[in-house]
Design a binder for this molecule. Structure first.
Ligand SMILES: *Cc1c(COP(=O)(O)O)cnc(C)c1O
Length: 400
């Protein structure tokens, strides 16, 4: 987290950690804390003004489904952190995913996606897209050249990637995605947050986040966002106003507050996740660990090139299999059993029972998930306490 962002010509360059503090303050009227604009409607002085407000993309002072000042402050902050011209917030990460797909794809169009995906995104591509005549080709996002080989010139309108990906932290080459000509490229960068990687710097067209996770960071906001060139965001805005999955101002407020502390939270979470990953890798009851900090991780070198830190998520394989993994999760005393990620509390999930409960055994196998897989979202507790908890749970579950 030491890279500098590029400022305007002649301006001093600032670190992203600083931008997280300074960004998104246009609508605050001098208040240092973000201001909650709860209102749903604004009055206009004249009919001509109301016409202007009704038709201006991303207008913040007309009607809340079109835009809202608190939501706009969050969008402005994300755009700055991602090095984007503009951003549009949504009611959830899935609101953003569905908008991106249905905005840019029509019947007869073709979409390329990796199969290492968040379960909701995979379900949308597999179950909803066919109903709308959108054909989807799934590729291994970690295989060099796989996206390019699947693109059908003139027919592929969207390429959808996720990196690091659920739940095995697969890393996709952002330079390769950015070099694809033709389709719009979009990266779900939720696991990295805007602090650990900037897909747009690599030539990718759009970056998407579930801000419900690390960006808001305190389990108190359900929120999505997409950032990119103003022209693309205006297209998305036109669809989003009709889709109606607009972000709540309260959630945008919580996410803006979360952004202010994201750099320090992430630094701690990345460091603790690296400590836990190394300790688990050396543990006799663990068959394997996935975390980009580990030299054994297939995406280790790529992550080091394109990310500023390894991230707060890791997964590990309980060697004795599914029953032992379930016993291990249930024996945890400090770590809680819960889905989601990026918050202060360390959480354990059993992907086969939750996020990937609906995937076929074949799909799970190619994603590297088995019944023994445990995913950890590393929080802000002291690393020694987390390590002690994991060790006692592994002993309780496996005797090792
Ligand atoms: C959680 C998540 C989503 C969906 O976000 P919601 O805010 O839950 O709708 C999408 N992608 C990734 C990688 C996620 O972790």
């Amino acid at each position: 987290m030491t890279d500098t962002t590029t400022g305007e010509p002649g301006e001093p360059t600032r670190h992203p950690d600083t931008s997280a503090i300074t960004a998104g303050r246009t609508y605050d009227n001098g208040s240092l804390a973000p201001v909650l604009w709860a209102g749903t409607v604004f009055e206009s002085a004249t009919v001509a003004d109301s016409r202007q407000a009704a038709t201006n993309p991303r207008e913040t002072r007309f009607y809340s489904r079109n835009g809202n000042p608190t939501v706009a402050a969050f969008e402005e902050a994300v755009a700055e952190l991602e090095g984007a011209e503009a951003a549009r917030a949504f009611a959830s990460g899935m609101g953003a995913v569905s908008a991106a797909i249905l905005c840019f794809c029509s019947p007869g169009d073709h979409l390329v996606a990796q199969y290492q995906l968040y379960g909701g995104t995979a379900a949308f591509l597999e179950q909803v897209c066919p109903r709308f005549g959108i054909e989807v080709t799934f590729v291994d996002g970690t295989e060099p050249g796989a996206f390019a080989a699947a693109v059908q010139p003139g027919r592929t309108t969207l390429v959808f990637a996720e990196t690091p990906a659920n739940p095995c932290l697969d890393i996709v080459d952002l330079d390769e995605l950015g070099a694809l000509a033709g389709p719009i490229t979009i990266v779900d960068s939720t696991f990295a947050t805007p602090l650990l990687q900037r897909p747009l710097d690599h030539g990718v067209d759009l970056v998407l986040h579930s801000a419900t996770k690390g960006m808001a960071g305190h389990n108190d906001a359900t929120l999505g966002v997409i950032a990119g060139a103003a022209e693309l965001i205006d297209w998305l805005w036109g669809y989003a106003v009709l889709q109606g999955a607009n972000a709540s101002p309260t959630d945008a407020l919580n996410a803006l507050r979360g952004l202010r502390t994201l750099p320090v939270r992430l630094e701690r979470q990345c460091a603790t996740a690296s400590v836990l990953a190394a300790a688990l890798e050396a543990h006799p009851a663990v068959a394997g660990v996935r975390h980009p900090s580990l030299a054994s991780h297939p995406g280790h070198d790529l992550a080091a090139r394109q990310m500023r830190g390894p991230g707060s998520l890791l997964s590990f394989e309980v060697a004795a299999g599914e029953d032992a993994a379930v016993r291990c999760i249930e024996a945890l005393r400090l770590v809680r059993i819960a889905t989601s990620l990026g918050g202060p509390e360390t959480l354990a999930t059993h992907p086969v029972s939750t996020t990937h409960a609906h995937s076929t055994p074949d799909d799970r196998a190619r994603m590297g998930i088995s019944g023994g897989t445990v995913r950890l979202s590393v929080g802000l507790e002291h690393p020694d306490d987390l390590l002690a908890d994991l060790r006692q749970a592994l002993v309780a579950a496996t005797g090792a």
